[in-house]
Design a protein around this ligand. Structure first.
Ligand code: FAQ
Length: 356
């Protein structure tokens, strides 16, 4: 969107445009499926809602590194270890894209991390469950990444440009993650009896929490109606959950594994699989901090943040030095006619910086 930028509107009107006019431009852009960009005017609640969702999403990506990282040192082969390390690193990258997207809305990364660490912002319920066996790595890839893709593909069409564009890259990588999980589970399912049992046990434990990832049922979802009106979300929680079930059932059959739901049945009339009731009491309890691993996950995250303080300090010191250096350079240029010898060559500058 360009017509509604605060800049252009102000330039045309000479004074700040009235709220109603700005809102009308914003609403028209959303209605026309145009993207809202960082410098466009947007309602405060749209900005706040996006920051909430993007921050929660970013936090999920970085906390989500923990359950699988638990198996890096114990992966069953070098090949599996290399794949798992790459996947866990990808999740860190997703966190970075998302924190950057939140920064375009005026939320600093420090502030968001502080909210995560103090429990004022959430991360996905799914990462509060333990990874008890190697098969859990396969189950996470297949089910958790599978659920994440189902939820995130529509977010590639989110009305907020930076979030939508981050999702395009994230989904490509999640798609690789999902396949590696499926392939790891398939190897176990076709392996020895014990390996098959291990794969089945992991699927039994991860199935229901994966369905909870999509959020509460539509009639209990506080944000859905507004988020859908603003085209942040394109589908409701229940719609996406159903889509995921419909995709997962035939995949489970191909894997030679069962899903732990006796009510799972194809419904000819609806053209979808029916499934049994979800234990929403468990979901809300996990959100309150009472899941099996909530405390462990947050403690580890806080510790990682503290341990990384020296990296942030070093990066900040380097940035400051660099800024001073470029500042001097700018002064030098300002004080001399172009083409005049400043007494310092470009080579000296580079050399000085390399040594700094
Ligand atoms: N966990 O009104 P709604 C991944 C909260 S990424 C915790 O329906 P909304 C990649 C919600 O915040 C996984 N809290 O909320 C990976 C709200 O509370 P609040 C993360 C939840 O936002 C794979 C309240 O309940 N993906 O897995 C959850 O409209 C493998 C009411 O809910 C995203 O974040 C939950 N599951 O819909 C990484 C995708 N569900 O904030 C490593 C983007 C709901 O008012 C390894 N987010 N709540 O205090 C979304 O699409 C949406 O935010 C939903 C929730 C669909 C998650």
């Amino acid at each position: 969107m360009t017509a509604g930028t605060a800049e252009t509107t102000t330039a045309t009107a000479g004074t700040e445009a009235p709220q109603a006019a700005l809102e009308a431009v914003f609403d028209a852009a959303v209605a026309a499926d145009e993207r809202i960009e960082p410098r466009d005017w947007m309602p405060d609640a749209y900005r706040a809602g996006l920051i909430r969702q993007i921050a929660q999403h970013a936090h999920s990506e970085i906390i989500g590194m923990q359950p699988e990282a638990n198996w890096i040192t114990r992966a069953p082969s070098l090949r599996r270890k290399a794949i798992l390390m790459a996947k866990v690193q990808d999740e860190a990258g997703h966190g970075l894209y998302l924190y950057s997207a939140a920064e375009t809305l005026g939320a600093s990364r420090d502030e968001l991390l502080d909210k995560l660490h103090s429990g004022r912002q959430k991360y996905s319920s799914i990462f509060n469950y333990p990874t008890l066996t190697w098969a859990d790595v396969g189950a996470i890839g297949w089910l958790v990444d599978g659920a994440a893709i189902t939820n995130q593909v529509p977010l590639c069409r989110c009305s907020y440009g930076p979030y939508a564009r981050a999702m395009v890259r994230v989904c490509k990588e999640e798609s690789f993650h999902q396949r590696q999980g499926y392939e790891a589970l398939l190897a176990l399912s076709r392996g020895t009896e014990a390996q098959h049992a291990m794969a089945q046990d992991a699927v039994n434990r991860w199935w229901w929490p994966s369905l909870m990832m999509f959020g509460p049922p539509d009639d209990e979802s506080t944000h859905s109606a507004q988020a859908m009106a603003w085209k942040i979300k394109r589908h409701s929680n229940d719609e996406l959950r159903q889509r995921f079930v419909d995709i997962a059932v035939p995949q489970a059959e191909s894997l030679g594994l069962t899903l732990p739901d006796p009510d799972l049945k194809w419904n000819e009339e609806r053209g979808h699989y029916d499934f049994g009731p979800i234990d929403w009491a468990e979901f809300w309890d996990v959100l309150k901090g009472n899941g099996p691993c909530n405390e462990q996950r947050l403690n580890k995250r806080r510790q990682a943040h503290e341990d990384g303080a020296w990296v942030r300090d070093a990066a900040a010191a380097y940035a400051q030095k660099h800024q001073q250096h470029t500042g001097h350079q700018a002064e030098d240029h300002a004080g001399h006619e172009p083409g005049h010898d400043t007494g310092r060559t470009a080579g000296q500058h580079t050399d000085g910086e390399a040594r700094a």
